[in-house]
Design a protein around this ligand. Structure first.
Ligand code: IPE
Ligand code: IPE
Ligand code: MG
Length: 232
């Protein structure tokens, strides 16, 4: 089965920088360069959907200075790359709780989504102030409100459920986490149900398309039974 949706947990920026005697912010800047390279490569490979974990609902625990620099880097990414994204026919989605973002970030993210909404190539879903648990709690609230309106208190079917989530994208086929840790850290809890998981020891700023290519080769060899039986 060919990969339709690849998700990335972009981890290891801070350690990458600190091991080189640099500030964590420099690590995040290097991380954005990696993000650009991976997006470009995946778009050239015509991967339909990509999700990137950029800032979690738990990352607010970090020092204010680091948080500010992360948002500033994201704003610059959107501003600098908007023309290339449109040229490459890339649709940008931003998933997460927007309301808590700095106003400038909210505006530039909304502008990028609006200006790429017509693009029909790869969809790039950037998860900013995103938490899987928050997404599911929000879905419950939206559904409850809908039920009250319609008087129909049934369980949402798969399609209705997808509409209650931030992006409505199809489930993830493979997840790649860099940075060496083997955990999900509250990412796409619903959509990862049957994803193949790959945990790489390389830091995100060191991730190259060749690493992704190797993962895709391994992915192609995995038997995805999805609860069924292996073909005989
Ligand atoms: C991932 O890199 C980027 C964000 C969470 C924003 P980290 O900043 O978590 O880097 P490490 O894990 O501390 O090395
Ligand atoms: C996961 O990385 C979140 C992002 C990559 C945005 P973290 O560094 O926040 O995850 P933990 O703290 O190691 O679980
Ligand atoms: Mg980390």
């Amino acid at each position: 089965m060919k990969e339709n949706h690849i998700a990335f947990i972009m981890d290891g920026n801070g350690r990458w920088a600190q091991s080189r005697g640099m500030s964590r912010t420099r690590g995040h800047a290097a991380g954005v360069r990696s993000l650009e390279a991976i997006v470009q490569w995946s778009v050239d490979q015509s991967v339909p959907y990509l999700s990137f974990y950029a800032f979690s609902t738990e990352n607010w625990k970090r020092p204010a200075r680091e948080i500010r620099s992360i948002f500033r880097l994201m704003d610059t990414f959107f501003r600098r790359r908007i023309h290339t994204l449109i040229e490459k026919n890339v649709r940008i989605l931003v998933s997460g709780d927007w309301m808590a973002l700095p106003e400038a970030s909210r505006n530039v993210a909304a502008d990028t989504m609006r200006r790429t909404a017509h693009c029909t190539g790869t969809t790039v879903n950037l998860c900013i102030n995103y938490g899987g648990q928050m997404e599911l709690r929000r879905a419950c609230a939206l559904w409850a409100a809908q039920c009250q309106q319609t008087g129909d208190f049934s369980v949402p079917d798969e399609e209705e459920m997808r509409d209650l989530l931030y992006s409505g994208l199809p489930d993830v086929d493979l997840l790649i986490r860099t940075g060496g840790d083997s955990r999900i850290s509250n990412f796409l809890l619903y959509q990862l149900a049957y994803a193949e998981l790959f945990f790489l020891p390389v830091a995100w700023p060191d991730l190259r398309p060749e690493h992704v290519q190797k993962v895709l080769q391994q992915f192609a060899g995995r038997e995805r039974r999805m609860g069924g039986l292996a073909p005989v």
